[in-house]
Write a protein that binds this ligand. Structure first.
Ligand code: FES
Length: 125
């Protein structure tokens, strides 16, 4: 089985709202919520969630990346740490199902269409 990975930057910036009440960054909030929601998905065994400490797109928080062997890598940015969750979960199931990770543009959730930061080809063998 192909192993898919969803990288989530857990250092993406701190919210102006929760800075005084909590040490949680927006990225950590996104990671925690994705982790909770992914645990209930049928395809949870096919993708692992991996925290990353910065992916170099810090001014465009929140940042995630979908990657797998022989598949496109999608780097997404400017994601809401709360509202993007259902769309990221939907895209994760599409990414797992599609050969080469080539999820047709028109089928991608809106947050994914808006959030594309870069799409990288699969690594050559
Ligand atoms: S802190 Fe998230 S990309 Fe740098």
């Amino acid at each position: 089985m192909t192993h898919h990975t969803l990288f989530v930057c857990v250092l993406c910036r701190y919210s102006e709202f929760n800075q005084n009440q909590s040490e949680l960054s927006l990225g950590q909030l996104l990671f925690d919520q994705l982790s909770t929601e992914l645990a209930t998905c049928e395809w949870r065994e096919a993708i692992r969630l991996k925290p990353v400490r910065c992916m170099g797109a810090c001014s465009r928080a929140c940042v995630v990346a979908f990657a797998a062997p022989d598949k496109l890598t999608f780097i997404l940015s400017e994601l809401s740490p709360t509202q993007s969750i259902p769309e990221l979960l939907k895209f994760s199931s599409q990414y797992i199902a599609c050969s080469g990770g080539k999820v047709p543009y028109k089928e991608r959730p809106e947050a994914v269409k808006r959030g594309i930061h870069a799409v990288l080809p699969s690594l050559p063998h």
